[in-house]
Design a protein around this ligand. Structure first.
Ligand SMILES: Cc1ncc(COP(=O)(O)O)c(C=O)c1O
Length: 317
């Protein structure tokens, strides 16, 4: 995904050369991973000659929530995040890349040891935009990790903070060592939670099932969109309920969804093939989601896509 280092990055309100956006090794963010972040996708809609950013405002609202839950100074955080909205659009326009982009708006604590009082803390923010690599089309091989998703009592899954993502390092290494693409984590009650970057859905008897937020999952923006698409466009009922591990092996279909993964089918779990190999619901929701993002189908809600021209001269945003 990140083979290409962009020339430019948005940093504290300005678009600057990549190498200028630095922090000290002893900064709070470098020492303790104190950064809240979002992953956004901007799809290049070739027919319309513009990018469409998916759920920009929902992502920025969740960024604000992560900052609030970690007690970042509120007014300063809000100011940074307000500027980041324009920052996302400006960066896309300035990069001028006629292809899909993955963007990461990040708010971090530069100075201030475990700080939370305004005046003790200096915040910084950046947005990086990378061209995305080619989309993986085949179904994924997953394992169920022996590690657990962090519970709400530790670092809440609702907070997207860099430090919390260390909890996915060992599961991902475990998956790689097992020759799999991804690890599905259970929660501390031993029911299914999510992967390190996506919500998990199963299909049983024509009903789509996914764990509720209380089972240790991020309030995923793609998860919500997929639930809407299944119900309102595909007529597939969706139930949010706890999923015991063994149900992973008996499902007719399985897929994951998230900004980075989009909608991806799961072919095997712990080496067992999922269902009969036919995954009509997963396939249909994947095609519909990608078709909406690429501008070929109507979005589920009016605020789903924000258009931005790739050239700053076009003035069309
Ligand atoms: C732990 C985790 N779960 C799920 C997701 C998917 O969430 P979204 O659809 O909002 O990208 C992400 C990605 O941000 C994530 O980091």
């Amino acid at each position: 995904m990140y083979e290409v280092t962009p020339d430019l990055i948005w940093w504290n309100g300005d678009i600057v050369p990549w190498g200028e956006a630095t922090v000290h090794v002893t900064s709070e963010v470098a020492m303790r991973g104190t950064n809240v972040f979002e992953g956004l996708r901007a799809y290049w809609q070739a027919g319309h000659e513009h990018h469409a950013v998916v759920h920009l405002d929902r992502h920025l609202a969740r960024l604000r929530q992560s900052a609030r839950l970690l007690r970042f100074p509120d007014a300063d955080a809000a100011e940074h995040i307000d500027r980041m909205r324009d920052g996302v659009l400006d960066l896309i326009a300035t990069l001028g890349h006629q292809g899909d982009l993955y963007l990461r708006p990040t708010l971090y604590i530069d100075e201030g040891r475990y700080g939370w009082r305004p005046g003790e803390v200096r915040l910084g923010s950046y947005i990086v935009g990378h061209p995305t690599g080619p989309r993986s089309t085949g179904p994924m091989a997953c394992i169920v990790s022996s590690w657990r998703r962090t519970p709400d009592q530790a670092i809440s899954p609702l907070i997207k903070v860099g430090a919390a993502y260390q909890a996915f390092r060992l599961p991902r290494i475990e998956a790689a060592l097992a020759g799999a693409d991804e690890a599905i984590l259970l929660n501390t009650h031993d029911t299914v939670a999510e992967t390190g970057g996506a919500a998990v859905f199963l299909v049983r008897d024509g009903i789509a099932v996914t764990p509720p937020l209380a089972d240790g999952v991020l309030d995923g923006i793609t998860r919500r969109t997929v639930i809407d698409l299944l119900r309102s466009r595909l007529g597939v009922p969706v139930v949010e309920r706890s999923i015991p591990r063994t149900e992973l092996y008996t499902a007719e279909e399985a897929f994951v969804c998230g900004t980075l993964d989009e909608v991806r089918l799961v072919g095997t779990i712990d080496g067992l093939p999922v269902g009969s190999g036919q995954q009509p619901v997963a396939q249909a929701v994947r095609e519909l989601y990608l078709s909406i993002c690429s501008g070929k189908d109507e979005p589920v809600d009016v605020d789903m896509l924000t258009a931005v021209r790739s050239s700053p001269l076009s003035g069309d945003r």
